[in-house]
Design a binder for this molecule. Structure first.
Ligand code: ATP
Ligand code: MG
Length: 143
């Protein structure tokens, strides 16, 4: 079994709706361990950089505005097959298409305001973790 790490964000709508604990509960129930976490209010430059892969997409400006509209909680999750497991727990981008029982199906308002972010592959996970955390921010579970 491969132990992976992935970057996770509770987005501004999730924080506004007081869903931090609910989202964390679902991660922990799925066997994902939080090994780093921080609340921050993204600057325009931080949000633009984070979503740079989407800069040609029609929703990019709105996405940056949304992601800077309030504080977020950024965390690193660790576990077996963590990248895919995390995305399963989140559900599809569009809550209308997300499987029942997923975070987005149960808690998200729209395809944009969809409560959470999760890395989509090992290379993006590595880059996204490094975007927010230095090596010394990560706390390996020693028990
Ligand atoms: P994330 O990267 O946030 O985990 P994702 O991988 O499911 O979500 P992406 O295609 O990477 O989805 O899109 C990034 C984010 O941009 C989405 O989570 C959503 O907030 C927003 N977004 C995606 N598609 C649309 C759209 N068609 N209209 C508006 N916003 C969108
Ligand atoms: Mg994505």
């Amino acid at each position: 079994m491969v132990i992976e790490r992935t970057l996770s964000i509770v987005k501004p709508d999730g924080v506004q709706k007081n869903l931090i604990g609910e989202v964390y509960r679902r991660f922990e129930q799925a066997g994902l361990r939080i090994v780093a976490a921080r609340m921050m209010h993204l600057t325009q430059a931080q949000a633009e950089g984070f979503y740079a892969v989407h800069r040609e997409r029609p929703f990019y400006r709105d996405l940056v505005r949304y992601m800077t509209s309030g504080p977020v909680i950024v965390q690193v999750l660790e576990g077996e097959n963590a990248i895919e497991k995390h995305r399963e727990v989140m559900g599809a981008t569009d809550p209308k298409k997300a499987a029942r029982g997923t975070i987005r199906a149960d808690l998200a308002a729209s395809i944009e305001e969809n409560v959470c972010h999760g890395s989509d592959a090992p290379d993006t996970a590595r880059n996204e973790i490094a975007y927010f955390f230095s090596q010394s921010d990560l706390c390996p579970r020693t028990r």
